[in-house]
Design a protein around this ligand. Structure first.
Ligand code: CA
Length: 402
C-alpha cells in the first residue's frame, strides 16, 4: 500500500511507518504530528476536517492523552491515516496539512512518568563482567533468571538534540586512597531502545507477558549517558545513581508497535527455563539494527534481535510485585551489544575500558567522550510490504562541565 504519497527513497518515514511526535513552528504552538518522508503531518486539523472526535486529543502538546486511550483508539487513528494516504481523491486535503520537516522544532513527545532501565543484552553484561570482575563469572547468578533493571530519573529525560553538560561528581579509582570531586573523565553512551507505556495498570495487579501490546504504545531510541568513573565509585551496593541520572536522551518520534509487525522475531532460547510469569507467549523480539555515529564516524552497528530478555518479559517483571504502570512510563532495553566487536553499544566496550582507542574519520582517537563531541544513534527495521522503516535518530553534544 503506497497510494499517492511520494516519499524519497531511503527515508526512514515511508507510509508504512507513521511515527508520532510533538512539533511546533514559528507560527504554530506544540501539537501532535506524524512523520512522513520529509514532511510532518499536522494531525489535529486533518482529523477535525474529517469530523473525528479524537481531533481534541491530537491537538494537545503531548502524546499522553492519546496514549492513554488504548489500542483500539491507536489502531483506529492509524487505519484512518493509512487510508487517507492511500486515497488519491484526498490528496489535497492531506497536502494542506503538511509542514516541511526542516521548518519544525521537535519536542519531547510525551511527558515521562516513571523511567526504568534494564540490562538485557547478554553480550553487554558479559563484556562489563569481564572488564570489572575479571576473576569471576562474567554474569551474576541472577542474570538468566530475571531481567535486571533499576529505576532511573524521569525528570532528566530530554529530547534528541538537547546538549548534555558533562557531569561532575565523586570519583575514586582503586589505586587512590580517597575520592576526589570533579568533572567526569570517563563519559560514555549506552545505545538502547525505549518502550513507551500508554495504558496504565492498577496498583497491586501485575501485567502479564501476554498483555504487553495492550499497554505499550510504541518504541523510541534512547541514549543512556553514563559517567563511568562516578558510577564505578557509587554503585555498590545499591546500583546506578548520579552516574546516570544527569541526562537520558530519547528520539523525537515514537514508532507504534503496529508499524513493527514485520520486525517481530522470537527472542533467543532461554536456558535455564524462566519462571512461569516470564514465559513468552508471543514473539516480541524486534529485528532492529542500530547504528552509533561519533562525530560523524560510524563506530558500531548493534543488533537488537539477539537481546536475551524481550520487552514483554521486562514489562511483566517490572509489574510482578504489583507496581503499577502510568501513562508515559518509559522502560529501556539496556545497552544493545552484539557478539562482534563492531556491534558493541557503549564506548566502555568499544575501547575495552580505554585500552583500545578508536580512530575517528578525522584521524583523532577516542576512548571516552570529549567536550564538543556529538553522538547520534539511529535504527532501521523491516516494515510492511517489503519496506524499510527507521526509528529516526537520537543525538546529543557534550558541553564542558559547569
Ligand atoms: Ca543503561
Amino acid at each position: 500500500m503506497t497510494g499517492w504519497v511520494e516519499v524519497p527513497d531511503g527515508s526512514p518515514f515511508p507510509v508504512t511507518n507513521l511515527p508520532y511526535g510533538v512539533f511546533s513552528t514559528a507560527e504554530q504552538s506544540r501539537r501532535i504530528g506524524v512523520a512522513l518522508g520529509e514532511d510532518v503531518i499536522d494531525l489535529a486539523p486533518l482529523a477535525e476536517a474529517d469530523g473525528l472526535d479524537i481531533a481534541r486529543e491530537l491537538a494537545l502538546p503531548t502524546l499522553n492523552p492519546l496514549m492513554a486511550m488504548g489500542r483500539p483508539a491507536w489502531s483506529a487513528v492509524r487505519a484512518w491515516l493509512s487510508d487517507l494516504l492511500a486515497t488519491e481523491s484526498r490528496r489535497n486535503v492531506v497536502r494542506s496539512h503538511l509542514v516541511a520537516a526542516q521548518d519544525v522544532t521537535l519536542h519531547l513527545p510525551f511527558e515521562v512518568a516513571d523511567y526504568v532501565d534494564f540490562y538485557s543484552s547478554q553480550h553487554h553484561a558479559e563484556n562489563v563482567g569481564r572488564l570489572f570482575r575479571p576473576d569471576g563469572e562474567p554474569l551474576t547468578p541472577n542474570w538468566k533468571h530475571l531481567p535486571i533493571g533499576y529505576h532511573g530519573r524521569a525528570g532528566t529525560v530530554v529530547v534528541s538534540g538537547a546538549d548534555v553538560v558533562r557531569p561532575s561528581g565523586q570519583r575514586k579509582t582503586p589505586a587512590e586512597e580517597a575520592p576526589s570531586f570533579g568533572p567526569s573523565a570517563r563519559l560514555d553512551i549506552e545505545a538502547e531502545v525505549g518502550f513507551v507505556v500508554g495504558v496504565p495498570s492498577r496498583h497491586g495487579a501485575p501485567v502479564g507477558v501476554d498483555d504487553f501490546a495492550e499497554h505499550v504504545f510504541g518504541v523510541c531510541l534512547l541514549n543512556d549517558w553514563s559517567a563511568r568513573d562516578i558510577q564505578a565509585w557509587e554503585y555498590a551496593p545499591l546500583g546506578p545513581f548520579l552516574g546516570k541520572s544527569f541526562a537520558t536522551s530519547v528520539s523525537p518520534w515514537v514508532v507504534p508497535l503496529e508499524a513493527l509487525t514485520a520486525a517481530r522475531v522470537d527472542g533467543p532460547a532461554q536456558d535455564p527455563p524462566v519462571l512461569p510469569y516470564l514465559r513468552r507467549q508471543e514473539p516480541w523480539g524486534l529485528d532492529l539494527t542500530l547504528e552509533v555515529t561519533w562525530n560523524g564516524t560510524v563506530v558500531s552497528r548493534p543488533p537488537f534481535a539477539g537481546m536475551y530478555w524481550t520487552p514483554d518479559q521486562q514489562l511483566a517483571h517490572l509489574t510482578v510485585n504489583g507496581a503499577s504502570l502510568r501513562t508515559g512510563d518509559l522502560f529501556a532495553s539496556g545497552t544493545v551489544s552484539g557478539a562482534g566487536k563492531a556491534e558493541r553499544g557503549s564506548f566502555l566496550e568499544l575501547s575495552w575500558n580505554g585500552s583500545e582507542p578508536l580512530t575517528l574519520g578525522d584521524g583523532s582517537t577516542r576512548t571516552f567522550l570529549e567536550d564538543g563531541d556529538e553522538v547520534a544513534i539511529t535504527a532501521w527495521a523491516p516494515g510492511a510490504d517489503g519496506t524499510r522503516i527507521g526509528l529516526g535518530s537520537v543525538t546529543g553534544r557534550i558541553l564542558p562541565a559547569v
